[in-house]
Design a protein around this ligand. Structure first.
Ligand code: SF4
Ligand code: SF4
Length: 181
């Protein structure tokens, strides 16, 4: 598949038509992450319009989007930029150009949920720091957070966590099947 065809397939899966966007910028104006992003949602749509798949996949924007949908709410044409961003993330991951930190956090978070049924912050942060090679990140805040009861040492395991783990596994298997299509 050429990059042009791949981009078109991402747009189709996201149900986004690139020329619906007329670059008004209302999306980027309301995006809470825009300051940290390289392109922002408006820029992603511009890249799609000029057919630059490489710029989309290599952007920080696709990894910093929180999926809050503020951009969709503000868009006068209901352009679903986060849906396109999500498809772009899958494609970036397939090509091995995912951001290491985001990938690590995602894996640690999902594993945490599968084991305990809810996120246990101490384990989440500890494992993330270890695997992302940032052993000292946020360590200074730990005593304060423990003293205030903001995080606990012992994980709370929810009732029926094995069912949740099974459900999540099915969702992951489904994603893998979708990726092969
Ligand atoms: S708000 Fe909608 S039309 Fe305006 S730039 Fe963003 S995606 Fe395009
Ligand atoms: S969904 Fe993503 S791109 Fe849209 S406003 Fe939220 S963070 Fe920004």
């Amino acid at each position: 598949m050429t990059d042009h065809e791949t981009l078109q397939s991402l747009l189709d899966k996201a149900d986004v038509r690139q020329y619906d966007c007329y670059q008004c910028g209302k999306c980027s104006g309301g995006c809470p992450m825009a300051d940290a992003m390289d392109f922002g949602p408006r820029g992603i749509m511009r890249c799609a319009q000029v057919g630059s798949l490489g710029r989309i996949l290599g952007s920080s924007t696709i990894w910093l989007c929180t999926g809050c949908y503020a951009c969709v709410d503000r868009c006068p044409h209901d352009v679903n930029v986060p849906a396109l961003i999500e498809e772009a993330r899958y494609e970036a991951a397939r090509r091995g150009i995912g951001r290491h930190d985001s990938d690590v956090l995602n894996k640690v978070f999902v594993t945490n949920l599968k084991i305990f049924g809810r996120s246990h912050e101490m384990i989440l942060a500890g494992l993330y720091n270890l695997l992302a090679l940032k052993p000292a990140q946020d360590v200074a805040a730990l005593p304060h957070m423990l003293a205030k009861g903001m995080i606990g040492i012992k994980p709370n395991v929810i009732e029926g966590n094995d069912e949740l783990a099974e459900m999540m596994q099915r969702a992951c298997d489904w994603d893998k099947l979708e990726e092969k299509k």
